[in-house]
Write a protein that binds this ligand. Sequence first.
Ligand SMILES: Nc1ncnc2c1ncn2[C@@H]1O[C@H](COP(=O)(O)OP(=O)(O)OP(=O)(O)O)[C@@H](O)[C@H]1O
Length: 289
Amino acid sequence: MIEVKGFSFTYPTASRPALHDIGFEVGPHELCAVVGGSGAGKSTLAGVVSGTIPHLTGGSAEGLVQVNGRDLADTPLSGLVGEVGLVMQNPFNQISGARFSVREEIAFGLENMGVPRDEMAARVDTVLRDLGLTKVRDRSPYELSGGQQQLLAIGSVLVMRPAVMVLDEPTSQLDAAGSALVFEALGTLREQGVTTLLIEHRMERLARAADHVLVLHGSTIVAKGSPGEVLADERLEEWGVAPLRYTVAARRAAARGLWPGARPLPVTLDAAAEGFGATVAHLDRGDRR
Ligand SMILES: Nc1ncnc2c1ncn2[C@@H]1O[C@H](COP(=O)(O)OP(=O)(O)OP(=O)(O)O)[C@@H](O)[C@H]1O
């Protein structure tokens, strides 16, 4: 569970806050996506929820940030191991380089925690299976594709069994196939009850995968709700986020009376196909009369 209330943060050298008076909650089994233009405060938010900001950066913070009921202001970073895990953009930078195989790399954090060998092997096998990495378990991390490397980074965090995962643009360095692997893994996390905060640019995928979407603009949250509510908002572009092509097409159709009036604008291909299908059926009936 993530709970943020009335939270503001200013970096040590900055004259204005990077986050201003933000509040939201994400529960277990929920995936909350964060979108926003450049400089909106997305990575800062990822740092705040994963505990690195302000612990490592300094700066001034006010308000409440809780992870599983623990107030992050009073919790040292070492106390958050196993509570919250952070996965970043570049999978390559997250590989320790200290281990020879994928299996050993995933076990690395557990070794440092002194987890008994049997339990360690069982936990590593489970993560390998859940993320579809079993077949590459004996390969060097450096021989994997970018998508598999990012799965490995996710696995290395997941094996610590954090209740909360924060992912800061985990697919930005990946091609479509690599992104598909990561989004599949996000589905697995959600099934397992992990609370997930995802900063992401791939709107089509997050429109299908997220339970909630937050829009950050000018350091504050300007919209939050379901993907359908938030991503079809006509102010999205003003907030620095490019709308989905399905929404744009339906909005243009609506302006010409070619979108069913009561139907919300679509954010997924399926919803667009249904809406345009209904329009065509309506026009067909009109022709036949
Ligand atoms: N270490 C820092 N010191 C001072 N200011 C910073 C620091 N890091 C970020 N900022 C500022 O905080 C604001 C929010 O930055 P942040 O990186 O969180 O935005 P973002 O939404 O992740 O942007 P992008 O999509 O470009 O990565 C920006 O104005 C940025 O210049």
